[in-house]
Write a protein that binds this ligand. Sequence first.
Ligand SMILES: [Zn+2]
Length: 276
Amino acid sequence: MLHESINGLIIRTRDMGDHDRYLTVLTAERGRILILAKGGRSVKGPQTAVSQLYTYANFEYYRKGDFNILKGGSPIESFYRLAENMDRLNLAAYLCELASELTDEGEEAGEMLRLTLNSLHAVSRELYPLEQIKGAFEIRAAAISGYEPDLSGCRVCRKSFFDPFYLDVMNGALICPECLSEAGKKVKGGEYADEIREAEIRPILPEAVVAALRYCVKAPLNRLFAFEMADANDLAAFAKQAELYLLSHIGHGFDSLKFYHEMREGTIRAKKRNVT
Ligand SMILES: [Zn+2]
């Protein structure tokens, strides 16, 4: 039997019978690993503290055949303040589902782990509006996973400023209205026909949204959320486009995301009622 010790974040749990629990743990060195916590479901036991969803911990386990079996460990951070409100919990569920989708078993995932930990920290204390944390996570997760958009300027004429730009989602680039209308004219000649078809998802980005996306792609991870979006419409557009961008590249949606939106819209409606 091989004894192992590793730091990681529990991004998913699945209960087995009355006592046991499978933990999906995101680690820097080995990406996702699956660990069986025997007795992990019990309310009080040696493994309870390191068998809870969203816990970052040091895990000690041994390998038996294809299985990793938890021996014990010590929690480092439990993000307990996520439980203070449903929107925080729902967003955490979605971010962890993304982290699972975008990592593999056995492949290092240091950046994705740091991104997820920083995000859970910010979400659990609502250090920034949840929309801002979510959008920043989505666009940075896209970049880490090989879908980094080139936001330096229009992909045809290379102009760096234009208000608004279009985001050519599937090509991961910006295009200005002038070049877009030129490309549209050439479609009839056949020259750009394929490109235009591929680039059908093309939302409009106000200047402030371009600036925020640019920031999130390049910012140091520990400063990722530290940007200002003063205008509520810009913030909403930023969150919407970051989500559209990532999900278009992944190729499907997530139930946890639908659930987050449904509940979040209720929260926002209730807030508005209280203000007026
Ligand atoms: Zn252009």
